[in-house]
Design a protein around this ligand. Sequence first.
Ligand SMILES: [Zn+2]
Length: 296
Amino acid sequence: MKISKLVLFRNWQYALIGAIALTVVIWSAVKVPGLALSAKFTPASPRLGETLVVNITATAGKTTPPTVKMGNKTYPAFAVGGGFRVMIPTTPLEKPGDREITITDNSDTTKLKISVADRKFQTQRINFSGGKSGNDATEMELKQVAAFKATVSPEKLWNGKFIAPNQGRTISPFGVRRYYNGELAMDYYHRGLDYAGGYGSAVVAPAAGRVVLVGYEKNGFRVHGNVVGLDHGQGLVSIFMHMSKIAVEEGEMLDPGDRIGAIGTTGASTGPHLHWGLYVNGVSVDPVQWRSNSID
Ligand SMILES: [Zn+2]
């Protein structure tokens, strides 16, 4: 009788010790994970010219964004759905291959690798003799456009897939490289997508945004022509060039499909077309990816 009571007591004691130990194990798994952050890349296999989106899952309640670097460049992180999102542009001028992305959160540093695949871009051969044609950008124009492309505002205004800014067919794709007199222009790639809607056909907002640039050829926009810049938020901006007419003013908020202006051939243009350029953190990326995928 005495012995069995003792055994029962001991069993109960072991059970209690076991329960406490298990609680400690579970608590430490939740509270002290091996990695403070985890990240997901979209697309999983990006190609040159595409926007690489990094979604970072943060520990609950975290409001300070981590610092995200690729090479020696830091990219802004914005809060989305309990974590953070960073958009990294890639261009046809880069070499394909592995990239290292460093995410620093307080004292924790996580290094991640992503491989950027090669891609064929169209080429154009331009032969000329003698001097360049005299249609140089004005200093004012360059300054205003550069400032516009560097816009990073905190609020995300776009939502889902982008729509076509013009009903015409596309004539010149993103990323075309040029050979001048047989020599590859190292810094050149077609920084946008050209639409061949007829003269005067509507140019509309491909996504919601705020009008932050309006420039007229008659006021010195000699290369861009009549131009509008839309800020979609969080480092994503659109530029629309060579228009015949502009239908918006600076500061206006546009919904997708709202009229911006009409196709024309103002500025450095050889015929009526719309040039739509999409920039991520100041770098021109392929708009087609944004037309076919919803990047939210
Ligand atoms: Zn173009």
